[in-house]
Design a protein around this ligand. Structure first.
Ligand code: G3P
Ligand code: CA
Length: 327
């Protein structure tokens, strides 16, 4: 009888642990809302994040750049001119290279800008012409703190537990400008309870030296993902596995075109990463940018099931969730 009770207690504890285990620590295919619901609303706006939240992704992504007054801002580039009306609001604040840098603006100044659907400032044309119309409605930039409060607030009011997936942008540029972006971002994350792998936050960076520093010098216990873009990065997998928990490759590093029989060729990057216990979250999956794939489902099936990656960054979380749920 005593033995039975012990077994019962142990199985309840193990069951509770499984329920609380974060998606990233399981074998579930995870969906990351890339810049929010950026297929439908201007990227990295609060509206795009709220819409993404309603689509039930596992994580919502934040790219982070510092303002002049050291506030982490959620924006993809260190420059402002492709996603805001900075050129009309602050024409005199461009540098000699003709560009407007987030780091030259205080939070108060950044708040005066309107956030726009991404466009090419040379042609004034939208990058994705079938997405949210350029220069319509009013959107604003926001801070990392504001976005965390939105997601944590929605987690409270809905009872869901959606995570955050911040990216440290261009740490060496920030350092040249006298700013330690990683230290500042880690402090904000810590203040909001994101400290360990169980805290539903994944931290990503393209700069390997910086990610190593985040683990070894800044002593972060967060789940870390090493972003990569080039073939040469793949040779560093073993080294990456010593400080990171996953890799974030460009999906064309995994799908290498079709062979003569018309089948998609898959590289051994995922197998090699899994052998080193690294998760693979590839970027970026867009239903309106399919390349040689006949449909979004064919692309998703190839990466998620044939190549067996663990998660996808997508501008269309609704479509990926629908695909994952039916497969
Ligand atoms: O961070 C992963 C994914 O977002 C790819 O990079 O250029 O969109 O920040 P990027
Ligand atoms: Ca990113």
């Amino acid at each position: 009888m005593k033995k039975l009770i012990v077994i019962l207690v142990l199985s309840i504890v193990s069951c509770t642990n499984n329920i609380s285990k974060k998606a990233v620590l399981t074998n579930k295919k995870i969906v990351i809302a890339h810049r929010g619901a950026s297929g439908y609303l201007p990227e990295h706006t609060m509206e795009a994040k709220a819409m993404a939240y309603a689509m039930n992704p596992d994580y919502i992504e934040q790219d982070i750049v510092l303002s002049k007054d050291n506030i982490p801002i959620v924006i993809h580039d260190i420059h402002l001119e492709s996603v805001t009306d900075v050129a009309t609001k602050f024409p005199n604040k461009k540098r000699v290279d003709g560009r407007y840098y987030v780091i030259d603006f205080t939070l108060d100044e950044l708040k005066q800008l309107n956030a726009l659907e991404r466009f090419n400032p040379k042609t004034n044309k939208a990058i994705y012409p079938n997405r949210f119309p350029l220069r319509k409605s009013i959107f604003k930039l926001h801070t990392l703190q504001q976005e965390i409060e939105l997601i944590q607030g929605l987690n409270k009011s809905t009872g869901k537990n959606i995570g955050i997936y911040p990216e440290i942008k261009e740490p060496s540029f920030h350092l040249k400008e006298g700013k330690d972006i990683s230290k500042i971002v880690l402090k904000v994350l810590k203040n909001y309870g994101y400290k360990t792998k169980n805290d539903n936050c994944i931290l990503q960076c393209f700069d390997g030296n910086e990610l190593k520093r985040i683990r070894n010098k800044l002593n972060s216990q967060l789940f870390l993902v090493q972003l990569m873009e080039f073939k040469k990065d793949e040779a560093k997998l073993e080294e990456i596995s010593k400080y990171a928990d996953g890799i974030g490759p460009w999906y064309k590093q995994i799908i290498k075109g079709k062979n003569k029989n018309g089948n998609w060729q898959i590289s051994n990057l995922v197998t090699k990463a899994h052998a080193l216990n690294l998760k693979v979250h590839a970027y970026t999956f867009r239903a309106d940018e399919l390349g040689d794939f006949k449909s979004f489902d064919e692309l998703l099936n190839t990466v998620l099931f044939k190549a067996n990656i663990d998660g996808v960054f997508t501008d269309f979380s609704d479509k990926v969730k629908a695909f994952v749920n039916k497969n």
